[in-house]
Design a protein around this ligand. Structure first.
Ligand code: DON
Length: 310
């Protein structure tokens, strides 16, 4: 008997019910490598440390993209502490899209509103442990390997190179913040680390494993090893609720109420409070940059199995 709230057959039928919604979305193309994703792929893995169930194309590999923002935040908080991190980036949600520039100009003193918008995530990348690009990315990769229990996790260099050629908006955000002393480091170095953290390649099971640890107060539910302190898992979970789906966070909190972080690859990582992680992948995005069918699926799953934390 599985200890999960759902069995594999039930999961398969929910995945099939959500699949057609992908037709309402569009695969991201502003990073050209992302446009090569198969729009028909839809995968979901649910894991709680003892049981794993899968449905759909769960072998598909994709990049972390903005899902990396909760994980870089966790590592920066572990390394630098709350006071330092939140002196450079705020805690407030924004109704603006993830690439917003406007809010930076309005805040006095200038600091990004939260670590989930690109400006805030770029500042968090500057706070990752290590001084050089290779030190920072290798510390981050080590953290992701610990969280997933997957030692072969690596950067997709092709996606990174593709993003690098189309990174002028993120570059502009960095220079704006540098001119306001929010960012002190070399802009190209920070941009390279950020692009690589976004280009880490994984699958739905890796996402579900990370979600189970976040949901389980930072403790790996299988090995019982603490990967992040409980207060940091709590901060990360709170940001997932308030800012994890950008300017769709409010409606998703009402309709699903599951702490979730999205990425433009079509990835969704959710962590439930009982230490159950959910990894979803479906590349076509809605107009807010979140996986269209993935959101529909999580909302239905939450309604049927009563998963809202509220
Ligand atoms: O910086 C970017 O634009 C991408 N590397 C990540 C953006 C992203 O995933 C937004 N999420 N939905």
């Amino acid at each position: 008997m599985s200890s999960l709230f759902i069995n594999e057959e039930q999961l398969a039928s929910m995945v099939e019910a959500a699949r057609p919604v992908a037709a309402q979305g569009t695969v991201a193309s502003y990073i050209p490598a992302l446009s090569e994703a198969d729009p028909n792929h839809f995968g979901c893995v649910i894991y709680n440390g003892s049981d794993t169930i899968k449905a759909g194309e769960t072998d598909a590999l994709f990049t972390l993209q903005s899902v990396s923002k909760i994980l870089s935040l966790a590592l920066a908080l572990i390394d630098q502490g709350e006071d330092t991190v939140f002196s450079k980036v705020g805690m407030e949600p924004t109704g603006d899209p993830f690439y917003t520039v406007q809010a930076l100009e309005e805040e006095k003193p200038s600091k990004p509103l939260n670590p989930m918008i690109n400006a805030g995530a770029l500042v968090v990348t500057s706070l990752l442990p290590g001084k050089t690009e290779s030190e920072k990315i290798s510390r981050f990769l080590t953290f992701i390997r610990e969280l997933t229990g997957n030692p072969s996790i690596a950067v997709c260099e092709k996606t990174a190179a593709s993003e690098k050629e189309h990174a002028d908006l993120n570059r502009a955000l960095c220079y704006f913040m540098k001119s306001h002393d929010v960012l002190k480091e070399d802009v190209e170095m920070i941009l390279n680390v950020y692009i690589k953290q976004c280009s880490i390649l994984l699958n739905c099971e890796d996402l579900a494993r990370i979600g189970s640890i976040i949901g389980n107060n930072g403790v790996d539910p299988a090995s019982k090893k603490s990967i992040m302190p409980p207060h940091i898992a709590k901060i990360v979970t709170t940001f997932m609720i308030t800012c994890g789906m950008y300017n769709e966070s409010g409606s998703f909190a009402i309709k699903a109420g599951i702490p979730t972080k999205s990425g433009v690859s079509g990835a969704l990582l959710s962590g439930l409070k009982n230490g159950t992680g959910i990894g979803v992948y479906s590349p076509p995005l809605d107009n807010k940059g979140n996986s269209a069918a993935g959101i529909h699926f999580l909302e239905s799953l939450s309604n049927v199995y009563n998963l809202s934390i509220f």
